[in-house]
Unconditional design. Structure first.
Length: 129
């Protein structure tokens, strides 16, 4: 049996930051997929389920708050751990996410946070059967 790499959806409108995150996650052994805005993220989530989501809040087209609401509203998505990475000031506790990282964030910190999220998520997800 071949285990697949954990799939991470990176939702970030800053192209350079998104590419940096993708490269770091790929080098760390993850299967990283990208979305440049909230609408693209929602389209991807309709087609495939990632193991975790890195979500910026200040997105064009559909912002990160709306994306988070859509994830929470759909039963097949709500168990996916979401890590918010944002430059927006303020408390974001109402989002009900695993972690909020304030930009700038190092790729090392992002990877550590995702490892914790995926480990916690895999122990709480029901096994298919």
């Amino acid at each position: 049996m071949v285990l697949r790499a954990s799939r991470i959806l990176i939702v970030e409108d800053d192209v350079d930051l998104r590419r940096m995150f993708k490269q770091a996650l790929t080098l760390a052994g993850y299967d990283a997929i990208e979305a440049g805005d909230g609408m693209e993220a929602l389209r991807i989530l309709d087609a495939q389920l990632p193991d975790a989501i890195v979500l910026d809040l200040g997105l064009p087209v559909v912002n990160g708050y709306v994306v988070r609401q859509e994830i929470a509203a759909q039963a097949h998505l709500r168990q996916i751990p979401v890590v918010v990475v944002t430059g927006l000031p303020g408390e974001h506790t109402s989002l009900d996410v695993v972690c909020v990282l304030q930009k700038p964030v190092s790729t090392e910190r992002l990877i550590q946070t995702l490892q914790s999220c995926i480990a916690a998520g895999s122990s709480s997800r029901p096994t298919p059967g």
